[in-house]
Design a protein around this ligand. Structure first.
Ligand code: BDR
Ligand code: CA
Length: 333
C-alpha cells in the first residue's frame, strides 16, 4: 500500500486475538506506516491459531507484508514451581450453549488465507531485520512479549536501532487475568520485565487506558450498515466481546467492549487519543504467587532507578471510536 517514503517503519507483534486483528487492520488501513512484518506469538490462543488468524487478516488487506511465526511458549513461566495456580474465570455459556469468550479460535468469516508464514522464526527475523534496517524501527507489542525479549537476549545491541516501542500491557487500577495482573504480563512476566528494562524509548498502554478504548453497540450497527467484509467481521467480534465484557468485567460504558491493542496503533497515529500520561519507573512481578505478573509503578519522588516508560493512563473514548471507525470504513469491499 502507498509510497513508503517518510513513513514510520513498524513491526507488529501479535497474538491474534480479536482486538489484535483490529489493531492490525487499523495499522494497514491507515496507510501511515511501512509495515516491515508481523510476528506472531502464543497468548490469546496457541501459536498455530494466532498465526492462522494473523495470516487471514494480512492476506485480506496487505498480502505483501510478511508474517513470521514466533514463540509457542513463554520464556520460563511454566518452569517455575511457585506458579501452581491459575485463577482465570470459569467457562460460561449463553442460553444457546455458545461459549462466551473474548477470542475466537478461527476467523472463519474472513476469506481463507492466501499467505504462508515465512520459513524463519520471529526471534531470528527480529534480530536480523532490526539490525540491518537502514532506518530505526518502531515496535508495537500487543501480545506476551516473549519474541522481543528472546531477541534481546540473543543480541541486545538491536536496541540501538529501535525508534520507539509501544506496548499493550499491565494495569495499575485495573486488572483482567488475576486479582493483580493484566493478561499479556501475566502470560510471560519475565519477558515483560526484560523488555521494560531494555533501555529503549517505551510507551506503555495499560488497562487503565485501554478500558476506555471501546466500541459500543451503536458502533456495531454503524459497521453493519457498511455491508463490507471488514465491517461485518469487526461488528461480529465486537458483539462477542461485548457479551464477554458484560459477563466477566462490565466497563464504564454499558454494552461496550475494549479494543485494547488498537489503542497502540491509534496512539501512534494521533497521540491526542491519550489524555493523561506520565513518565514512571515500572517493574513486573516475576516471583509467582498471587501478584505474579503484576505491574508496579514506583512513584516515589526520591526513587533512584531510571524512569523506564511513558505510562498512558486515560483515553479520549470518543476520539478513539471515531478514529477507529474512520479507518475500518476504508476497506470498502
Ligand atoms: C491484552 O490481552 C489480550 O487478551 C488482548 O489481545 C490484549 O492484548 C489485554 O489484556
Ligand atoms: Ca493481544
Amino acid at each position: 500500500m502507498g509510497d513508503t517514503m517518510n513513513k514510520r517503519k513498524i513491526i507488529l507483534d501479535v497474538d491474534t486475538g480479536t482486538d489484535d486483528a483490529i489493531a492490525l487492520m487499523a495499522a494497514i488501513l491507515s496507510d501511515a506506516f511501512e509495515i516491515v512484518g508481523v510476528t506472531t506469538v502464543a497468548g490469546n490462543l496457541p501459536l498455530p491459531q494466532t498465526t492462522a488468524n494473523t495470516l487471514r487478516v494480512v492476506s485480506l488487506l496487505a498480502p505483501h507484508i510478511p508474517v513470521i511465526r514466533g514463540c509457542a511458549q513463554p520464556l520460563v513461566r511454566d518452569l517455575d514451581p511457585r506458579r501452581k495456580f491459575c485463577d482465570n474465570e470459569e467457562t460460561v455459556v449463553d442460553e444457546t450453549g455458545h461459549r462466551i469468550a473474548f477470542h475466537v479460535e478461527e476467523f472463519a468469516s474472513l476469506p481463507p488465507a492466501t499467505l504462508q508464514p515465512s520459513g524463519q522464526n520471529a526471534v531470528c527475523w527480529l534480530v536480523e531485520t532490526i539490525k540491518n534496517s537502514p532506518e530505526k524501527i518502531t515496535l508495537i507489542l500487543v501480545g506476551p512479549q516473549t519474541n522481543f525479549a528472546t531477541a534481546l537476549r540473543a543480541d541486545e545491541s538491536i536496541v540501538t536501532n529501535i525508534e520507539q516501542i509501544v506496548i499493550m500491557g499491565g494495569g495499575f487500577d485495573e486488572r483482567n487475568s488475576s486479582s493483580s495482573a493484566e493478561f499479556n504480563f501475566f502470560m510471560d512476566p519475565e519477558a515483560a520485565q526484560i523488555v521494560l528494562n531494555c533501555g529503549a524509548d517505551i510507551t506503555l498502554i495499560p488497562l487503565d487506558a485501554t478500558h476506555h478504548a471501546v466500541l459500543s453497540m451503536e458502533d456495531v450497527q454503524e459497521m453493519r450498515s457498511w455491508n463490507t467484509v471488514v465491517g461485518n467481521f469487526v461488528a461480529d467480534i465486537t458483539e462477542e466481546r461485548i457479551k464477554a465484557y458484560n459477563t466477566f468485567q462490565p466497563l464504564f460504558k454499558p454494552d461496550s467492549a475494549s479494543m485494547h491493542d488498537a489503542l497502540c496503533v491509534l496512539y501512534l497515529l494521533n497521540p491526542a487519543v491519550i489524555t493523561k500520561s506520565e513518565l514512571f519507573r515500572v517493574d513486573v512481578v516475576t516471583g509467582g504467587g498471587v501478584c505474579d505478573g503484576q505491574s508496579i509503578i514506583d512513584a516515589r519522588p526520591t526513587a533512584k532507578k531510571r524512569k523506564n516508560c511513558l505510562v498512558c493512563l486515560r483515553t479520549d473514548d470518543e476520539l478513539f471510536s471515531r478514529m477507529l471507525l474512520d479507518l475500518l470504513r476504508r476497506a470498502n469491499f
